[in-house]
Design a protein around this ligand. Structure first.
Ligand code: C5P
Length: 248
C-alpha cells in the first residue's frame, strides 16, 4: 500500500492518519481524554456535542498540542456557510467539513471563504465534504426520499465535492475504494465508521476495521468510542495505530 498523499503532504506516520473524535459532554472530559492520549495521537475532532457545550474554547484548548478537525457539517445557504467557515478558519482549525448535499454553490462558497479568511502567510484549513453519514443505510436513504444505493450516492457526492474544488470527503470506509479510483490519489478520504476487531458497532452501520479501511484507500481514520470509552484509551489508540502501520 503506498503512502497516502494530501494537501498536507504525504501521510507517512500513522499518527498523521488517526483522528480521535472527542464526543464528550464537557470540555473537562475532552481535556481529560486528550491528556491521556498526549503524544500518542496528533489529531482530535471537535463535533456538534462538544462544540455546542463548550464553544470555540474546545478548539483553542486542543489546538496547542494537536491538530483539530472541526466536524460541524455545515449545511446552509452559501453566505451563511461562508461566514461559518471564515469564523472556523480564524479559530485556527486545520480541517473542517460541510455537507455535500448543500450543493455546488455552497461547497464553492465554503472553499473560497477558507482561502479568504486565512491570515497572510498561513495555510487555510482543508475543507472537505460529508457524503453520507456512516450511521445511515439504504432504509435511512429511502426514508429521506433519496434513491439509489448508499455506494452510488456517496460516489456521486464525492465527485460533486471534487468538482466544486474541495480537497476531499468524509465517507464510509466501504465507499473509499470507489471514491479513490474515481477521484484520484490527491483527494483526501477521511473515514469514520471504524471498528477495530472486537469493538461493538454502536450506532454505526457501514463500518470496517482500521487495517481494511486503509487498504481500501482511506487517508485518515476517525475513531471515537472504541478509543474514548476503552478502559485504557491510550492503549486502544496505540492498537489502532499499529493496525494502520500494518496496512501500509
Ligand atoms: O464513536 P465513533 O467512532 O462512532 O465516532 C465517529 C465520529 O465520526 C462521530 O464523531 C461522528 O459524528 C463522526 N462522523 C460519522 N459519520 C460521518 C461523519 C462524521 O460517524 N459521515
Amino acid at each position: 500500500m503506498k503512502h497516502a498523499a494530501s494537501e498536507a503532504g504525504p501521510l507517512r506516520d500513522p499518527r498523521d492518519r488517526l483522528i480521535i473524535a472527542l464526543d464528550t459532554p464537557s470540555l473537562d472530559e475532552a481535556r481529560e481524554i486528550a491528556g491521556r492520549l498526549h503524544g500518542a495521537v496528533r489529531w482530535f475532532k471537535v463535533g456538534p456535542q462538544l462544540f455546542t457545550a463548550s464553544g470555540p474554547a474546545a478548539v483553542t484548548a486542543l489546538r496547542g498540542s494537536a491538530r483539530v478537525f472541526l466536524d460541524l457539517k455545515f449545511h446552509d445557504i452559501p453566505a451563511t456557510v461562508a461566514g461559518a467557515v471564515a469564523a472556523a478558519t480564524r479559530l485556527g482549525v486545520d480541517l473542517l467539513n460541510v455537507h455535500a448535499l448543500g450543493g455546488r454553490p455552497m461547497l464553492t462558497a465554503a472553499r473560497d471563504a477558507a482561502e479568504r479568511a486565512a491570515s497572510a502567510g498561513s495555510r487555510p484549513p482543508m475543507v472537505i465534504a460529508v457524503t453520507l453519514l456512516t450511521s445511515g443505510d439504504s432504509s435511512a436513504m429511502r426514508d429521506a426520499g433519496i434513491s439509489g444505493t448508499p455506494e452510488g450516492v456517496a460516489l456521486r457526492l464525492a465527485k460533486l465535492a471534487q468538482a466544486a474544488g474541495l480537497q476531499g470527503v468524509v465517507a464510509s470506509p466501504l465507499d473509499a475504494a470507489a471514491i479513490r479510483s474515481a477521484c484520484g490519489p490527491g483527494f483526501l478520504i477521511v473515514c469514520p465508521g471504524i471498528r477495530p476487531a472486537g469493538a461493538g458497532q454502536d450506532d454505526q452501520r457501514r463500518v470496517l476495521a482500521p487495517r481494511e479501511a486503509i487498504a481500501a484507500g482511506a487517508d485518515m481514520l476517525v475513531v471515537g468510542r472504541p478509543v474514548t470509552r476503552a478502559p485504557d484509551p491510550r492503549r486502544a489508540a496505540e492498537e489502532v495505530l499499529r493496525e494502520i502501520a500494518l496496512a501500509e
